[in-house]
Design a protein around this ligand. Structure first.
Ligand code: NAI
Length: 494
C-alpha cells in the first residue's frame, strides 16, 4: 500500500513539475510548426520551459559543417529532453546531416514511429491500421563512412554490430510488452547480406525466445515494404535496421494519412529527442499551410516520456477532436462533407479551443515507456584467425582480368596464393565470363598457399610487392575465421 501511494505521489509530482526542454526550432516549416506547438503547450499549462539552441541552416552557413553550435552540447547535457523541428541538410561541401549527428553523438539508438489511421475522418485505403515502426538509429549505412576509391567506384560501409542490434531488438520487445503489442515483424535483406542483415535477423530470433508471448515474424524487406503499402493492417510492430526503417516509416506515415501526421521519438540512455518524421518541407515554408500534427504528436510522446501523462492525454484528445470536427490542413484536405480547409495557425487555434474535450470516435493508444533492460547475450569470444586478405586495386586501363591475374600471381607467388579476382563482387579470374561488365575496381583475394592461417606480415609483404610494381592498392579487408566459420562472403561465382 505505501508503495502504491508513493508511486502515485511520484507521478503527480512528475505531472506538475516544471521541466526544461532543449529546443531546436529547425528550418523550413520548422519554426512555424514548433511555435504553434509551443502555443498549445502553454495553453495546456504543461509546465514546460524551453532553452533554445542554435542548430541547422544558420549554423551550417556560418561554416560549421556539423550544423550545431559547440555550446549546444552543454545545454543538451543540462536539459536532456529535446524538442526538434526538421532541419535542412545542405547538399554537398562536406555538410553532415545534423539529425544523424545528434542521434549518433548522443546515443539515441531507438527511433519509435507510430502510424495510425484516422478513419473515417481522414480518408485512407487502409482503415484500422495501427503500426509502430522501431528503427535502429545509429548504425547501418548511416554510420556515414563513405569513400570514393577510384574514378569510377564509390562505397558506403554498412555497419551492423552485436551490441547495437541487441539493444534495439530488446527495446522493441520491451516496447511491445509494455504496450500490449502482440507481434513484431523484423524486416531485413538477409538472403543477400547474410553477414550484416543476417546478424540482425539472428539476434532478433535469439532475443525473441525470451518473450514467448510476442509473435516474432521475419520478413525480407522488399516483400515487407510491399505488404506495408498494400496490407498494413497485417502489421503490429515493425523492427528494422536504420535505412530500411527510415523508408518503412515514411511509407507507414503516408499509408495512414500523411507524413505531416506522424511524430517520432529518438530514445537513448541519457538523452531523448522528439520530432516529426517529415523534413523541413522548403516548398511550403512560411506559407501557413504546413500540418503541425506530426510535431504535436511528437510532443505528446515527449510529455509521456517526462511523466506528464495527463497533459499528454489532454493535448492528444484535443487533436483527435479537432480532426473529428473537420479541420484539415492542405496535405489531408479532400473536400469531404463537413470539413474545413485551414492554415497552420487556424488548425492550432482549433486544437487550443478543444483542450479539455474528448473525441467521440477516434482513440489513440497511450505509448507507455518500456522497462529498462540490460544487454545479456553471451560475450563473443570465438577463436579469431586470420586466413586471408582481400586487396582492392585501382586498374584504370588494361582491364583484362586474365592478364591482371597472371601478373599478380607472378608478383606474389612466394608469399600468398591469389584465390580469385572479382569486379563488383563477381568472379572474373580465374575462369570469369566474358560478358561480365568491368569497372576500374578489382578485388584480389589472397589466402595461404598451404591453406590455414596467415600473418599480418604476409599482407604487408604482398602490399609492398604490389606497390613496387606500380599497383595502386586502395583498400584491404582481412579475412577472418571465427571458430572456423568464415567471417566474409564468397565472391559470386567463386
Ligand atoms: P519533406 O518531408 O520535407 O517533404 C516531402 C513532401 O511532404 C513535400 O511535398 C512537403 O511539402 C510535404 N510535407 C512535409 N511535411 C509536411 C507537413 N508538416 N505538412 C504538409 N506537407 C508536408 O522531405 P524532403 O523534401 O525530401 O526534404 C526536405 C529537407 O528536409 C531536406 O533537406 C532533408 O534533408 C530534410 N529532412 C529532415 C528531416 C529531419 O529533420 N528529421 C527528415 C527528413 C528530411
Amino acid at each position: 500500500m505505501p508503495t502504491t501511494m508513493k508511486e502515485s505521489n511520484k507521478s503527480r509530482t512528475e505531472e506538475n513539475k516544471e521541466a526544461v526542454v532543449t529546443l531546436i526550432e529547425g528550418d523550413g516549416i520548422g519554426p512555424e510548426i514548433i511555435q504553434q506547438t509551443i502555443r498549445i503547450l502553454n495553453e495546456a499549462k504543461s509546465g514546460l520551459q524551453f532553452e533554445k539552441v542554435d542548430a541547422g541552416s544558420s549554423v551550417y552557413l556560418s561554416g560549421i559543417l556539423s550544423g550545431i553550435a559547440e555550446n549546444a552540447w552543454d545545454t543538451i547535457r543540462k536539459y536532456p529532453t529535446i524538442l526538434k523541428g526538421p532541419i535542412t541538410t545542405p547538399r554537398g561541401k562536406g555538410y553532415k546531416s545534423l539529425n544523424v549527428t545528434i542521434r549518433k553523438t548522443l546515443g539515441l539508438y531507438a527511433n519509435v514511429r507510430p502510424a495510425k489511421t484516422y478513419d473515417p475522418f481522414i480518408a485512407t485505403n487502409h482503415p484500422n491500421t495501427d503500426i509502430v515502426i522501431i528503427r535502429e538509429n545509429e548504425e547501418d549505412t548511416y554510420a556515414g563512412i563513405e569513400h570514393r576509391q577510384t574514378r569510377e567506384v564509390t562505397q558506403c560501409l554498412k555497419l551492423i554490430t552485436v551490441p547495437g542490434t541487441e539493444k534495439i531488438v530488446r527495446y522493441a520487445f520491451e516496447f511491445a510488452r509494455s504496450n500490449g503489442r502482440k507481434k513484431i515483424t523484423c524486416m531485413v535483406k538477409d538472403n543477400i547480406m547474410k553477414i550484416t542483415d543476417g546478424l540482425f535477423a539472428n539476434i532478433f530470433q535469439t532475443v525473441a525466445k525470451e518473450y514467448p508471448e510476442i509473435e516474432a515474424e521475419s520478413m525480407i524487406i522488399d516483400i515487407g515494404a510491399a505488404l506495408l503499402a498494400n496490407r498494413p493492417q497485417k502489421f503490429d510492430v515493425i523492427l528494422a535496421p536504420n535505412l530500411y526503417g527510415d523508408i518503412l516509416s515514411d511509407i507507414a506515415a503516408e499509408v495512414t494519412g500523411s507524413v505531416g501526421m506522424c511524430g517520432s521519438a529518438n530514445i537513448g540512455d541519457f538523452v531523448s529527442m522528439f520530432e516529426a518524421v517529415h523534413g523541413s518541407a522548403p516548398d511550403i515554408a512560411g506559407k501557413n499551410i504546413a500540418n503541425p500534427t506530426a510535431v504535436i504528436k511528437a510532443t505528446v510522446m515527449m510529455l509521456t516520456h517526462l511523466g506528464k501523462t495527463e497533459k499528454a492525454k489532454l493535448i492528444r484528445n484535443a487533436v483527435l477532436k479537432t480532426i473529428e470536427d473537420g479541420f484539415r490542413t492542405a496535405d489531408v484536405f479532400q473536400n469531404q462533407k463537413n470539413t474545413t480547409l485551414v492554415g497552420t495557425k487556424e488548425y492550432t487555434d482549433a486544437i487550443i479551443d478543444r483542450l479539455g474535450k474528448n473525441p467521440d470516435v477516434l482513440s489513440a493508444s497511450e505509448l507507455v515507456k518500456p522497462k529498462s533492460f540490460t544487454l545479456s547475450l553471451p560475450t563473443q569470444n570465438e577463436k579469431k584467425e586470420l586466413v586471408g586478405v582481400d586487396i582492392f586495386l585501382d586498374i584504370p586501363n588494361d582491364r583484362d582480368p586474365n592478364v591482371l591475374g597472371k601478373n599478380i600471381e607472378v608478383i606474389t607467388e612466394n608469399f600468398l596464393h591469389l584465390k580469385m579476382i572479382t569486379n563488383r563482387g563477381v568472379k572474373v579470374y580465374p575462369k570469369g565470363q566474358k560478358e561480365t561488365f568491368l569497372t576500374d575496381h578489382f578485388r584480389c583475394r589472397f589466402i595461404s598457399p598451404n591453406g590455414g592461417k596467415i600473418q599480418h606480415k604476409d599482407i604487408t609483404a604482398v602490399l609492398t610487392l604490389l606497390e613496387s610494381k606500380g599497383y595502386d592498392f586502395i583498400k584491404t579487408e582481412n579475412l577472418y575465421e571465427f571458430d572456423g566459420v568464415p567471417g566474409y562472403s564468397l565472391g559470386q561465382g567463386e
